[in-house]
Design a protein around this ligand. Structure first.
Ligand code: ATP
Ligand code: MG
Length: 446
């Protein structure tokens, strides 16, 4: 992409409505524009990152054997009356009437609808296990939408639902989700710690939230500092292997890590003092096992191996896809702007032409651009007729992890400059070597 053909409405001033750094930077970098309280338009740069995050979620869900599907945003109230949640959900649910006077709603989550699909089509234990998920816009009429995409009213969520014959199978689905979520967040350059949590209106006993530690987080959390040493890394996972998933679950949930809702001061005090931490966190996901709550209420049963009809065991699992942009920026920025992890960056590298209009510099930039594209990378070429300082400031603000700087002086010596956004360190190398270096950095990511 060439910047002169892009739509990147960066702001020079700090927008006064933004209280936290991620909101400020998303507005300044021209990623989002508020349409109404807690409702945003996603401008090209923000939308690109949103898509990258969605892609990672889809890939990891597929790896775990979960099936992508799509349910509507507008649902009939009838199903929600069946489960008893139409009245229970309260003011967060946006209720709508259609022209026939029928009660409709904008989906805040989709347990009812997916259970209705299940009961219509699945009748035998032989069709289990089954996990379906979607990435779909949700609406919750939050009392206090704030912090940009962190607490929106309309937000993008991955929501998945498992159907299993037995509690044991459903607990495997729970563990499998925990494992796949650990991988998912790590690919986004995030450490998200599973913490024992409270189940809220979804219901059920078993639930973990995934929290990214950040001062601006809305949740108060308590943990053993040793949990932050755990990394998922590049493990070979067989998602059908119950023992392997259970072992990873145990490894990542053994140490004390809880949100304030489930905090137990007496247990916490048993952690050696120097490892006790109280901090704040951003909830980027949650997994639930709720047994037969919805299948009982809605008659979702299957015939078991013995011919008897039994309600299916279910769980649901969510990732805050749009909130993740805010969480990643909270975790990765400096005073100049965003620092995207390679896994989610909107463009893989920026090209800054120090002397736009200079025949040699222009030609070198064009060649570099073509070579990066040929290597499967997506560069953003700042081809504006602007002074270098302005170009650097824009690149730093939008946070591309790598910048290639091209100017007549370097070209005389046959080199361009490759700069890491994270460390600020630069290295001069021939254009071909720079392309090879970037290909190497993005190997396994792109
Ligand atoms: P919260 O406690 O933050 O209100 P929740 O527990 O009600 O969230 P879930 O039902 O668990 O939310 O939804 C799954 C994920 O969707 C959450 O982990 C969170 O990352 C994201 N999410 C929930 N509410 C919002 C919101 N208002 N804006 C953006 N993302 C949200
Ligand atoms: Mg939650």
């Amino acid at each position: 992409m060439r910047l002169t053909r892009y739509f990147l409405p960066v702001l020079k001033e700090n927008p006064s409505e933004a209280q936290i750094v991620s909101h400020r930077l998303m507005l300044r970098a021209g990623m989002i524009k508020q349409a109404a309280a807690g409702i945003y338009s996603w401008l090209p740069l923000g939308f690109k990152v949103l898509r990258r995050i969605e892609d990672i979620v889809h890939e990891e869900q597929a790896r775990a054997g979960h099936l992508a599907m799509q349910m509507p945003t507008i649902q009939s109230a009838d199903l929600w009356r069946e489960s008893g949640r139409y009245d229970a959900y309260g003011e967060e649910m946006l209720r709508i009437k259609d022209r026939g006077g029928r009660d409709m709603l904008f989906t805040p989550t989709a347990e009812e609808l997916v259970t209705d699909i299940f009961r219509a089509h699945v009748g035998s234990y032989r069709d289990l296990p089954l996990t379906m998920y979607q990435i779909q816009w949700k609406f919750r009429d939050e009392i206090r939408p704030r912090f940009g995409v962190m607490r929106g009213r309309e937000f993008l969520m991955k929501d998945g639902y498992n159907f299993d014959l037995t509690k044991e199978d459903a607990l495997h689905a729970y563990n499998r989700h925990l494992v796949s979520y650990l991988r998912t967040y790590e690919r986004m350059g995030l450490q998200a710690i599973p913490m024992r949590a409270d189940s809220g209106p979804i219901g059920g006993d078993d639930t973990h939230e995934f929290l990214v530690l950040a001062e601006t987080g809305e949740s108060e959390v308590f943990y053993d500092s040793a949990v932050t040493d755990l990394t998922f890394g590049d493990r070979d996972i067989d998602y059908d292997d119950k023992a392997q998933c259970a072992a990873i679950m145990e490894e990542f949930t053994r140490l004390y890590a809880r949100t304030d809702e489930t905090h137990d001061a007496a247990l916490f005090d048993q952690i050696p003092q120097e490892r006790r931490r109280t901090a704040r966190g951003i909830e980027v996901g949650q997994i639930f096992y709720f047994g037969t709550k919805y299948s009982d209420a809605m008659g979702a049963t299957v015939q078991g191996p013995d011919g008897k009809s039994v309600p299916v065991h279910m769980g649901s699992h969510g990732i805050g896809v749009s909130r993740l942009l805010g969480a990643i920026i909270e975790a990765s920025h400096d005073d100049k702007g965003i620092i995207w992890p390679e896994g989610v960056t909107p463009f893989h590298a920026g090209i800054v032409n120090l002397k736009q209009g200079d025949a040699e510099a222009d030609a070198a930039c064009e060649a570099l651009y073509a070579d990066l594209v040929a290597a499967g990378l997506e560069p953003l070429y700042d081809d504006r007729d602007e002074r270098a300082g302005g170009k650097f400031a824009t690149m730093d603000l939008i946070g591309l992890p790598w910048r290639l700087t091209v100017g007549p002086r370097g070209l005389k010596n046959g080199v361009v400059e490759l700069t890491s956004r994270r460390t600020g360190e630069s290295e001069e190398l021939p254009p071909a070597a720079a392309v090879a270096r970037l290909s190497d950095i993005y190997k396994g990511i792109v």
